[in-house]
Write a protein that binds this ligand. Structure first.
Ligand SMILES: Nc1ncnc2c1ncn2[C@@H]1O[C@H](COP(=O)(O)OP(=O)(O)OP(=O)(O)O)[C@@H](O)[C@H]1O
Length: 359
């Protein structure tokens, strides 16, 4: 997948801007606050119809304007496609491919896969399990539409079961039969999600380890463990055993909504023991592995968005990263950096066609 052209209208700090891209490496350089990350965010909109910064769509309309438009010309290997995201202040967001409006945003996901590596990824290490679960879900659902369906059904069922538990407590009443109605859907959807998450983590671990080894020159060993209540436990029995506890707590205490990914370095916690550069190297390895899996499963090469990638990495790690990019041919890459000279020197070492845009 190659984005040939990007046009921004009233998108964040960009009033009107058009970029003609290289099919290989594109760099955006400029001072803090110039709007480099905003360009990557626009590319993210073309991929999944929303911001990677967690902003609401309305916040991304340029101040005092009525709408934003992000339009991209995307070559899918066969033909050119025009992807257009339009966000009016007073109406619903729409996304179109070749002038045809999608009924649901989800129908577009997967057409232009992307992987982003940004400073915000550090939340994956520092935050609670919820952000790691969201990451895992986003990774798997880019290549598996059943997964998203099962997940939505599972989450709805947990919400309904929790609401019932709360109403029991409020009304000082308990009815086992009506609570048990939720067991079958929880077991069905939860077990399917568990199997997918386990399979995905198992398949991605050797990739993460090999990318990390290259970036760090073998200085440390990292691991990722998938932690789940369903590991070694049958979900149905787990629900039975915890029914009384759930009644007291008034929520569903066990299940795949409590899953987590445990990141370790040399046997200890990556969060507690990893330096900023080591944590960043790990996140890069994780994301490159995600990229590799998407490519393998869909046959499409995702676009790679690298926000502030060189910050916090020492020269050795930057060189290793360049070597990796040269070796693996990651497809089309978009990089932001505040240091023009650093970007120029890095790009010179990569044997691919590049373009540098000053923002
Ligand atoms: N809706 C909006 N309307 C106008 N300007 C906006 C809007 N949203 C964000 N901005 C501006 O965008 C700028 C931030 O852009 P961005 O995050 O892309 O900067 P950057 O070049 O990546 O900076 P850094 O090097 O610090 O990461 C800020 O100046 C902010 O005020």
């Amino acid at each position: 997948m190659v984005i040939q052209k990007l046009q921004l209208i009233q998108f964040k700090n960009h009033s009107e801007q058009t970029f003609q891209f290289s099919p290989q490496i594109n760099c955006f350089v400029g001072n803090n606050g110039a709007g480099k990350t905003n360009v990557l965010d626009a590319l993210h909109y073309l991929s999944v119809g929303k911001s990677f910064l967690g902003n609401t769509d309305l916040n991304n309309i340029r101040t005092d304007e009525d709408f934003f438009t992000v339009e991209g010309t995307v070559h899918d290997g066969e033909k050119e496609n025009i992807i257009k995201v339009q966000m009016p202040r007073e109406a619903k967001k729409i996304i179109k491919k070749n002038d045809k409006t999608y009924d649901r945003m989800a129908d577009h996901v997967g057409f232009l896969p992307s992987v982003i590596i940004s400073p915000y990824d550090s939340n994956l290490i520092s935050d609670s399990g919820e952000s790691r679960r969201r990451f895992l879900d986003a990774m798997i659902s880019q290549t598996d539409s059943d997964y998203l369906f099962n997940l939505i059904q599972y989450q709805k069922t947990v919400q309904q079961r929790n609401a019932l538990l709360k109403s029991f407590a409020k009304n000082r009443y308990f009815d086992m039969d009506s609570l048990e109605i939720y067991d079958d859907p929880l077991v069905k959807f939860g077990t399917a999600i568990f199997e997918k998450r386990r399979g995905f983590t198992d398949s991605i671990l050797p990739l993460i380890q090999s990318y990390y080894e290259i970036i760090s020159k073998g200085n440390e060993i990292v691991t990722v463990d998938y932690e789940s209540d369903l590991r070694g436990n049958d979900f149905k029995s787990l629900l039975n055993t915890n029914r009384e506890k759930d009644r007291i707590l008034t929520y569903t205490s066990r299940g795949i909504h409590k899953d987590d990914l445990i990141f370790s370095m040399n046997g200890g916690s990556l969060k507690k023991q990893g330096s900023q550069g080591q944590q960043k190297s790990f996140l890069i390895a994780l994301k490159l592995s995600q990229m590799n899996r998407i490519k393998e499963l869909t046959g499409k090469t995702p676009i790679l968005l690298l926000d502030d990638i060189f910050d916090k990495l020492d020269d050795t790690r930057v060189s290793q990263l360049i070597e990796l990019v040269n070796r693996e041919h990651f497809g089309q890459i978009f990089i932001t950096d505040t240091h023009k000279e650093r970007t120029e020197s890095v790009v010179k070492k990569i044997n691919e066609e590049s373009r540098i845009f000053e923002i």
